[in-house]
Write a protein that binds this ligand. Structure first.
Ligand code: CP
Length: 344
């Protein structure tokens, strides 16, 4: 998968994990580490002052949309955004390419989510500024995979683990879940690990991705048994049934709640330090309850640290695309205010 040359980030679109080599990923992660004092509001940088992010989300989003915006603001840039088709002229029949030609005149970079596979790449083909894929249908969600792997690296550090020898179980809707598609592509850049794919057979990981993981040297196990799947892994990565990709809610209902993880199941099957991840949103309705709230006091539940890491990784990508990594600290200054964070 992908090209074998490293990515020249400056001015590049970020559309697929296939664009990256291992060294690119490590560069993003070391840049993300640099962003910590700014994301933690210990200091501010104005390195992107004057730049405008067009945040175009044609499908619902909490984390991706707001964290792209927050990341750009934290680098000193401004954000203009639109949410849903109803607030854009696409409802009047304007094409994606015309929309791209126009919006790229108003922005220096565009982040976009769209319900159709390939649509963000189509938009990018007519954009005069870099475009970052915030999720295109069931295809890819590359920045989510980057923040997921960054989180895995950070969480494994505590137990002496690393990205080249860990075991992960990906659970749930592996057919329509774009985060697991991008994460699978990303794992192909690292050395052999054990990857357990836990899903109903009808919602299994696309064959080409399973083959790519095997070709990369990973041991891949496919099962529909949750308890067996999560036993002995370092990372449990749970996902939501992507009901918006099913022909009807009734069809999604057939799979909802099949792989519930709670503290009792965790204690019985996982190692004491197994990390629990989820790209979020987790479906907490009674009929699904895929990650029970009784896990909320489990210190290995990393889901909110994972969401926080999204800001660091997205700041890193912006700094790399604008080619200002070396200038971030030069444009730093003290904050005249203090942000209060309560322990909850
Ligand atoms: N993980 C994720 O993509 O969340 P949102 O749908 O809230 O952006």
């Amino acid at each position: 998968m992908g090209d074998t040359t490293n990515l020249n980030f400056a001015g590049s679109h970020i559309l697929s994990i296939d664009q990256f080599q291992r060294e690119d990923i490590l560069k993003i992660f070391s840049t993300a580490d640099m962003m910590e004092p700014y994301a933690a509001r210990q200091s501010q940088t104005r390195v992107l002052e004057g730049a405008i992010l067009g945040n175009m989300f044609f499908e619902s989003s909490t984390r991706t949309r707001i964290s792209f915006g927050a990341a750009f603001n934290l680098l000193g840039g401004e954000v203009r955004e639109t949410s849903g088709f109803e607030s854009s002229a696409i409802v009047k029949g304007e094409s994606l390419k015309d929309t791209a030609r126009v919006l790229s005149g108003y922005s220096d970079i565009i982040c976009m989510r769209h319900p159709t596979e390939g649509s963000v790449a189509e938009f990018a083909s007519a954009s005069r500024v870099p475009v970052v894929n915030g999720g295109d249908g069931h295809n890819e969600h590359p920045t989510q995979a980057l923040l997921d792997l960054y989180t895995i690296q950070r969480e494994l550090k505590g137990s002496g683990g690393n990205l080249d020898s860990f075991r992960i179980a990906m659970i749930g809707d592996l057919k329509f879940g774009r985060t697991v598609h991008s994460l699978a592509r990303l794992l192909c850049l690292f050395d052999p690990s054990r990857i357990v794919l836990v899903s109903p057979q009808e919602l299994s990981m696309p064959g080409e991705l399973v083959e790519a993981l095997k070709a990369a040297g990973h041991e891949v196990v496919e099962t529909d048994q949750l308890n067996e799947g999560i036993s002995g892994v370092d990372i449990v990565y749970s996902t939501r049934i992507q009901e918006e990709r099913f022909p009807s809610a009734e069809e999604a209902d057939l799979y909802r709640g099949k792989f519930r993880l709670n503290q009792a199941i965790y204690t019985e099957n996982c190692q004491p330090n197994t990390v629990i991840m989820h790209p979020l949103p987790r479906d907490s309705r009674a009929e699904a309850n895929e990650l029970d709230s009784d896990l909320d006091s489990n210190p290995n539940l990393a889901i909110f640290r994972q969401a926080d890491n999204g800001v660091l990784v997205r700041m890193a990508l912006f700094a790399l695309i604008f080619d200002v990594v070396h200038l971030v600290d030069k444009h730093a200054s003290e904050l005249p205010w203090r942000s209060t964070r309560h322990n909850i």
